[in-house]
Design a protein around this ligand. Structure first.
Ligand code: AMP
Length: 289
């Protein structure tokens, strides 16, 4: 595995790959790698000659009161995990070089952003598209791999790629979970022992909602109440939001139909966790339950 820390190094490596017309699978991450990230790598491995991973905790996507400073980092461990799991080139840029001067243009997300985490985390997705634009230009990937755990991120990135004709295919990868259903996340380490026992209720509440939809329930408000109630009853976390939209358009729905997302965020003492379910609904099967 090659490690590039300088922009010039990665550009040199990518130029060589482009000369040999190698397909490049790209996995952008913020590190503190877990099985979720490594699943993106193994998906990338299947269809590309070369797999590039980036690890960069992007300051631009954290709000002033968020966890940028204490976001978990362990570069030594990440390097070993990347090396042993099929990464060919690991790009570890320095913040000073990624943002070496004040930006003279600003990227601003205007669709799919005033809902879910976008509404709660002002400027977050502007930071995401800014860093991805830089990374896509540097890496020039054939395909880029994103986890459905961050479903709004995928919706926003698909919009970015379409708007600006990035010649990259965005691949959606299903959420990887712990045995008890908790979505794997770098932030899970911040859960207390008690919170860790409670946290699978997030996934359980979404499965319960999914079952009700499959049984015929179509009223978004009823489903939202059911999910919030389960989380309030079974965890000490505070529900930040439970919302339902079309996916990937993230438009409000009066009744459930087509591809929809139920997504939630729950604030525990030191960790804010998100999860979602994407479900295909057929309105014609509506039964009043
Ligand atoms: P992060 O390092 O949290 O920015 O995540 C980097 C990439 O890994 C994003 O595309 C995430 O959606 C994806 N990812 C994180 N956790 C999971 C998971 N549990 N399952 C699948 N993908 C994930």
């Amino acid at each position: 595995m090659k490690i590039a820390t300088k922009i010039e190094d990665i550009q040199e490596q990518i130029t060589l790959l482009k000369q040999s017309s190698s397909s490049i699978g790209f996995v952008p991450t913020m590190g503190y790698l877990h099985e979720g990230h490594l699943t993106l790598v193994s998906e990338a491995r299947k269809n590309n000659e070369v797999v590039v991973m980036s690890i960069f905790v992007n300051p631009l996507q954290f709000g002033p009161n968020e966890d940028f400073d204490r976001y978990p980092r362990d570069y030594e461990r990440d390097i070993e995990l990347a090396r042993n799991n099929g990464v060919d080139i690991l790009f570890l840029p320095e913040t000073g070089e990624m943002y070496s001067r004040d930006l003279s243009t600003r990227m601003s997300v205007i669709e799919r952003v005033n809902v879910l985490c976008g509404r709660k985390r002002e400027g977050h997705f502007d930071g995401v598209v800014t860093v991805l634009t830089k990374l896509f230009h540097l890496i020039q990937p054939t395909r880029a791999y994103f986890g459905l755990k961050d479903a709004q991120q995928i919706a926003v990135v698909e919009g970015l790629v379409k708007d600006y004709f990035f010649p990259v295919e965005i691949i959606r990868v299903p959420t990887v979970r712990e045995k008890d259903g908790l979505a794997k996340s770098s932030r899970n380490v911040y859960l207390s022992e008690k919170e860790r026992v409670e946290a699978p209720a997030l996934h359980q509440s979404l499965l319960k909602a999914k079952n009700s939809i499959q049984a015929g329930l179509r009223d978004p408000q009823q489903i939202i109440s059911m999910v919030s109630e389960t989380i309030n009853n079974e965890t000490s976390g505070i529900v930040d939001y439970v919302e339902i939209y079309s996916f990937p358009g993230l438009k409000e729905l009066d009744t459930l139909d087509g591809e929809i997302i139920i997504a939630l965020a729950v604030q525990f003492e030191k960790a804010r966790l998100i999860d979602n379910q994407i479900i295909t609904v057929n309105a014609k099967e509506n039964k009043n339950v």
